[in-house]
Structure formats: structure tokens, C-alpha cells
Design a protein around this ligand. Structure first.
Ligand SMILES: Nc1ncnc2c1ncn2[C@@H]1O[C@H](COP(=O)(O)OP(=O)(O)OP(=O)(O)O)[C@@H](O)[C@H]1O
Ligand SMILES: [Mg+2]
Length: 646
């Protein structure tokens, strides 16, 4: 019996089809697994084949990531340049200071081989006074100390500069994430967003703080050293200069391929995190349905895909580094050979050869650093494009300056689709009479919550508009919107902070008296009063834990303080046990008084008490009227009511 048959036996037949992946496709194609037999030649060919296949996969992921069907996009590399420019733009003085100090330190370093060369020449000339030699040795010591001081200052400035940049970048990320349209946050996977704001921020900041300054410094040092070598002896600098093109070719080749590789790597980390968060969040469900094996396999598959992405970038790095090693080490040999010939012919002095060899050895370190940091920068750029991608999500609203004239809420011809081409509301018209209570009832999935979200201005309808006092809800400034209409759902969040902080979110200047009044209105003051620090008690994850019912009361109190004239309650009282719910609804009637209320409810007594009832079926308002009217009409509502009361 296959697993699917087993599942079908336990659950509804065929239900597994709706969520199981089609067939059991392997996570990665077999071609990506190395062969276990074959000659060395065949294996090498197979390796090349795997490398090219990985390259293709990386390219595909890269192309898709620019404009994903769902989820967050990735910005283009040119966006990184602009971002960096804006970051560096208002820090010009420190950037210049940084470069000057590093350049001075590098120049000081370059003096040492030159002096040592002179020392060799003077010593080999014979008959030179000991004083000259001593003076030269002292000069070396002085230069070394000076270089140390300059380097210290340069590093110090780098660190300060880096921390400053990091802070700016972090603030930018937080701002962008907070500006994301709600609909998009819900559409993107949690794992992806979390990976971007943790790993990608870390990688970006690491490359901004270290890789960028080090790369710049290494570049400056390399160029200066090459210049010094040419000054010392053009002939002896030839081997090193000739290896530069080879290096350039290798680095360019690498840079062309690396972005796709690193973007792919990043997205595989997102996938790993997505599966992992899902498994952890749904741990109970996983256990209840015995899905442990499946979840583990999904995790393994993600890791396997990620390993392939890592292998690809690793191969790229290996190819790059082998060229680089060759490019450094061969010039040393050539310079010595050339130096021997040159010395025999009297073209160069022993001192010049010494200096040239010392320079070559001196250039290896910065060159090495340059390449290593170019690599780290690549990783940083990939992460930055993923971060900037968050900012590319189009805003779903552009608040204007209009303020509503009146409190009448009207929805006209509302249609809405979560997926293009699949409307879940089909032209709904609602006219809310100020101060009335409108109940919305209907079967599950008929679009009640969706309608509630449109009426509260959370989502923009695909067609039509919801207006309050003549102004489109989605054109209102968010802080104005929240004091006009508010939505309360079963999902409510308690932020880490004091009870007070949690309640005054919409009107931060509310006095304690108003907060207490709000808590009293929702019947929560009794337990809040008894908390160790009362209003100042810090609650939220990791702090004092509230029960779901308490959290819901806090959400309601938040609403009392926000004081909107229209409320949309989406089964807002359902988590509270029926006795408390009735009680709460009783005390809430004070809050609801004088406001228009749209109550989406499963409990029909809520509907019974309402002024009007809208029955939503299949994304349309099928019936609309008072309880008595609808019962008399003998339609869908009458049937529901009969079933409920019998
Ligand atoms: N985030 C979403 N993405 C895609 N489809 C969605 C999403 N939310 C709801 N839907 C679909 O839209 C339709 C209407 O859903 P909605 O949540 O508005 O129904 P509802 O009447 O509130 O149901 P319930 O009584 O179960 O709360 C359903 O077919 C549902 O599957
Ligand atoms: Mg709903």
C-alpha cells in the first residue's frame, strides 16, 4: 500500500490529491549525482556536465526571481549601485578620509622594499660607511612605525564608518518591510521574508562593513605597488604586469556567473527556512496526521537543492582561485630569472632585484584580499538585491490628502480576486446606514471575510470602491483610515511591550484614564489591575503570556481607543467561551453604541439582534433585510434560522 493509499484510507478519499505534490519527483535530477563508475576522463566530463546543468538551474532561478508569480521579487544589480551611492553620498568626508589614510598607509609600506633595495646596493658596493647602513636601517624602523600608526587610524575609521552604514542599512530594511502592502506580506512565504531580513541583512552588512573597505584598500594598495614596481624597474615589473590580463579574464568570467549562483543560493536558504518554519508552526498537525516522514523528506529535498546551489558557486570559486594562484606565483619565478639575466648584462642592480622580489611578495597579500573580497562582495550584492527586492513590491495605495466629509460608508460594485482571474466577490453593493448594525452571514468560503477586509480598507477592490464620506478608503492616510474604520478578526497580535503600549497603537497620545476606560469597556480591567505592574506590565512573546481571550480583549480595547465610527467584526468574539462572549458582547454594546457595525458571524443570535442582515452566498449578497423580513421571505436565511432554532 502506498503512502497515498494509506492516507486516503484514513481521510476523505481523494483529499490527499489536493495538497500532495504530484507523484514523487526527486528533488534534483539524477544527472546532478556524480557517477560511481567510469574512467577518469568520463568522470571529468560528467563533472563538467553537472557544472553546466547547475549553471542552467542557477540562471533559471535568477530569471524567475526578478519577477516571481508569488512572493517577493529580487532587485537588479544596478539597483545595488544606486543604493550604495545614496548610502555613501551623504558620508563623503569620511569616505575620502578613509581612502586617504589607507593610501598613506600603503605608500608607507611601499617605501620599505625600496629602502631595503638601497641597503643591498650600498652593502654590495663595498666600502660604504657603517653610518649609512645604520641610517637606512633606522629609516626602515621609522617607516614601519609610521605605517602601523596610519593603518591603525585607517582601520579605526573603517570600523566607525562600517557601523554607521550598517545602522543606516538596517533602518532602511525595517522601513521597507513596514511599508509592505499587507496583501503582499500574506502572499509571500514567512521563510522568505525572515531569511531576507536576517541572513541577507547580515550578509549585506558584513560586506558593507568589511568586504567593501577592504576591497577598496586592497585595490589601492595593489595599484600603488604596481606603480612602485614600474618605478623601481620597468623590466622587472613585466612578468607581474603580464599576469594581470589573465587575472582580469578570470575575474570577469567569475563575475558574470556569480550573481545568478549567489541569488540561487539565497533562495534555497529561503526554501529551507520556509519548510522548517512551516513544520515547526504546524508541529501539532504534523504529529496528528503522522506526517513526520513527509516533512523530513521535504526538508532533505530542500537541503539537497541548496547543496547543489552551493556546489555551483564553490566550483566557480575554485576555478577562479586556481587561476589566481597561478597568476601570483609564476611572476616570482619569471622575475628572478629575468633579474639574473638582467644583472649579468648590467641592466639592473642587485638592489632593484631585491626590491622587485619584495614587491611581488608584498602585492600577493592585497591582491589575494582584493579577489577574496570581490567574492564576498558578490555574496553581499546578491543579498542586497534580495533586500532591495522587498522595496520593489508595488504599493497598493497612494494616500492622498483628502479627508472624509461625513461618516457614511458605501461600497459599490466590489469585486476581488486573490488570484488573477478568480474573483471571490462578484459585484457587491453595500450601503451602511450610520449607526446601524449589519450582520453578514453565509456559508464558509462565500467571501464574508473578504468583504469585511474591503469594507475596512485593508485590500483594494479589483473593481468598484469603498468610500467613507465620499473619499476612497484606500486613498486615506493610514492613521486617518484607522480612526474611521477598523477591522477586528480572530487573529490578533500582542506586541512585546506594556499593556498600555499595546492599546494606544492607533492614538499614541491617549492618557491612562482613556486606556483604563477602554479596558473597562471590554471587561478586561479586572485582570489587568491585578497584574504585577498593571498597565505597565510587559506582555508578549517571552514575557507575561496572555490567554487567547485576554489577547482578544486587548485587541478590542485597542479599538475602543482608536474610536472609529465604523467597526468590522470578523467573528471577533469567537475565541472567548460562549458565556464570556455573551458577557463581552454585553459590555461591548456600550462600545458599539453610536457606531456603524458590520458583524460577520457564525452565531445566528448575533444576526438576530442586528438591524439588517446580509446573506452572502458565492461572493454575492443573496438576501438583505431585517431578521423578520428574511424569515418571512422564506429564503436561505429562513432555512438557516430554522436549522439553528430547531
Ligand atoms: N489569502 C487567500 N488567498 C487565496 N484565496 C483566498 C484567500 N483568502 C480567502 N481565499 C478564498 O476566497 C474565498 C472567500 O474566502 P473568505 O475567507 O472571504 O470566506 P468566508 O466567507 O470568510 O469563509 P469562513 O466562513 O470560512 O470564514 C474562498 O474561496 C477562499 O478559499
Ligand atoms: Mg471568514
Amino acid at each position: 500500500m502506498t503512502e497515498r493509499e494509506a492516507l486516503d484510507r484514513v481521510y476523505l478519499p481523494g483529499s490527499a490529491e489536493t495538497w500532495q505534490p504530484p507523484a514523487d519527483e526527486p528533488a534534483i535530477p539524477d544527472a546532478l549525482r556524480p557517477p560511481t563508475t567510469g574512467t577518469r576522463r568520463e568522470r571529468l566530463q560528467a563533472w563538467r556536465g553537472r557544472h553546466l546543468l547547475r549553471e542552467q538551474r542557477a540562471k533559471d532561478t535568477f530569471t524567475n526571481s526578478r519577477n516571481p508569480e508569488r512572493g517577493l521579487p529580487v532587485a537588479s544589480s544596478s539597483a545595488v549601485g544606486n543604493f550604495l551611492k545614496s548610502l555613501l553620498g551623504n558620508r563623503k568626508p569620511i569616505v575620502v578620509g578613509l581612502l586617504v589614510l589607507h593610501a598613506l598607509a600603503a605608500v608607507a609600506g611601499l617605501a620599505v622594499p625600496r629602502i631595503l633595495g638601497t641597503l643591498v646596493d650600498s652593502a654590495s658596493a663595498g666600502g660604504t660607511a657603517v653610518d649609512t647602513l645604520n641610517a637606512l636601517a633606522l629609516a626602515v624602523a621609522a617607516v614601519v612605525v609610521l605605517q602601523a600608526l596610519l593603518t591603525f587610524a585607517a582601520r579605526w575609521i573603517s570600523a566607525v564608518f562600517g557601523q554607521d552604514l550598517l545602522a543606516a542599512a538596517r533602518e532602511y530594511v525595517v522601513r521597507t518591510v513596514l511599508r509592505l502592502p499587507l496583501s503582499k506580506v500574506e502572499g509571500a512565504s514567512t521563510g522568505d521574508l525572515v531569511t531576507r531580513v536576517t541572513r541577507d541583512v547580515g550578509t549585506m552588512s558584513e560586506s558593507v562593513r568589511w568586504a567593501l573597505p577592504q576591497a577598496v584598500v586592497a585595490l589601492v594598495t595593489t595599484v600603488l605597488t604596481l606603480g612602485a614596481m614600474v618605478l623601481n624597474s620597468p623590466l622587472l615589473s613585466l612578468p607581474l604586469l603580464l599576469s594581470v590580463p589573465a587575472l582580469a579574464i578570470a575575474v570577469t568570467r567569475y563575475l558574470k556567473r556569480a550573481p545568478a549562483g549567489y541569488i540561487t543560493e539565497g533562495s534555497t536558504y529561503s526554501d529551507i527556512n520556509t519548510t522548517l518554519t512551516e513544520t515547526v508552526e504546524g508541529a501539532r498537525t504534523v504529529e496528528a496526521l503522522g506526517l513526520q516522514g513527509r516533512r523530513t523528506r521535504l526538508g532533505d529535498a530542500d537541503i539537497e537543492v541548496s547543496a547543489q546551489a552551493e556546489r555551483y558557486t564553490m566550483s566557480l570559486r575554485n576555478l577562479l582561485f586556481s587561476v589566481i594562484d597561478f597568476a601570483y606565483n609564476s611572476p616570482l619565478v619569471w622575475t628572478l630569472l629575468l633579474g639574473g639575466v638582467g644583472y649579468a648584462n648590467g641592466w639592473v642592480s642587485l638592489g632593484q632585484i631585491t626590491t622587485a622580489v619584495l614587491y611581488i611578495q608584498a602585492v600577493v597579500a592585497p591582491l589575494d584580499q582584493l579577489v577574496a573580497n570581490v567574492d564576498r562582495l558578490q555574496v553581499g550584492v546578491a543579498s542586497t538585491t534580495r533586500l532591495l527586492g522587498i522595496a520593489e513590491v508595488p504599493q497598493d495605495r497612494e494616500p492622498g490628502e483628502d479627508t472624509p466629509d461625513g461618516v457614511k460608508l458605501t461600497g459599490v460594485d466590489l469585486r476581488f480576486a486573490y488570484r488573477e482571474g478568480h474573483d471571490v466577490l462578484h459585484g457587491v453593493d453595500v450601503d451602511l446606514i450610520p449607526g446601524e448594525r449589519l450582520a453578514i452571514v453565509g456559508p464558509s468560503g462565500s467571501g464574508k471575510s473578504t468583504l469585511g477586509r474591503l469594507l475596512a480598507g485593508i485590500n483594494r477592490p479589483r473593481t468598484g470602491a469603498v468610500t467613507v464620506g465620499g473619499v476612497n478608503l484606500v486613498d486615506l492616510q493610514l492613521d486617518v483610515l484607522r480612526t474611521e474604520v477598523a477591522l477586528v478578526t480572530q487573529e490578533h497580535h500582542v506586541f512585546v511591550g506594556t499593556i498600555r503600549d499595546n492599546i494606544v497603537l492607533a492614538r499614541e497620545d491617549s492618557p491612562d484614564a482613556a486606556v483604563i476606560e477602554a479596558l473597562q469597556a471590554v471587561d478586561a480591567w479586572g485582570w489587568v489591575k491585578r497584574l504585577p505592574d498593571g498597565l505597565g506590565t510587559v506582555v508578549g512573546s517571552g514575557k507575561v503570556k496572555l490567554t487567547p481571550a485576554q489577547a482578544q480583549q486587548i485587541a478590542l480595547a485597542r479599538l475602543v481607543v482608536a474610536d472609529p465610527h465604523t467597526l468590522v467584526l470578523d467573528e471577533a468574539t469567537s475565541l472567548i467561551d460562549p458565556r464570556t462572549a455573551r458577557h463581552l458582547e454585553g459590555s461591548m454594546s456600550v462600545l458599539l453604541e453610536g457606531r456603524a457595525v458590520v458583524a460577520i458571524a457564525h452565531r445566528l443570535h448575533t444576526a438576530h439582534d442586528a438591524d439588517r442582515i446580509a446573506v452572502v452566498i458565492d461572493g454575492r449578497i443573496a438576501e438583505l433585510g431585517s431578521h423578520d423580513e428574511l424569515v418571512d421571505a422564506g429564503g436561505a436565511y429562513a432555512e438557516l434560522w430554522q436549522a439553528w432554532t430547531s
